[in-house]
Write a protein that binds this ligand. Structure first.
Ligand SMILES: [Zn+2]
Length: 80
């Protein structure tokens, strides 16, 4: 798993990089408050969505080199 930065909403959890298996898009997901962010801009502006209300299957990304679209070029850290 990989993470992006600390959650701007709760300031406690790390934002885990996730892949949405139905739309093939990426987002980050707070391990503490379950808030999701679809783009780096959403993280910067604290514009999250509640992942528990979304109806999709997602899994943690194992290899960040495969990340595309809005997250391309961002730096992710190994989750230890
Ligand atoms: Zn959070």
């Amino acid at each position: 798993m990989y993470w992006y930065t600390d959650c701007p909403k709760c300031n406690q959890g790390r934002l885990i990089l996730m892949k949405n298996l139905s739309s093939n898009t990426f987002h980050v997901h707070c391990e503490e408050c379950e808030t999701g962010y679809r783009t780096p801009e959403d993280v910067a502006k604290n514009r999250g969505f509640l992942t528990l209300e979304e109806e999709f299957e997602a899994e943690p990304v194992k290899e960040p080199d495969t990340v595309i679209a809005s997250w391309a070029g961002q730096t992710f850290r190994p989750y230890i």
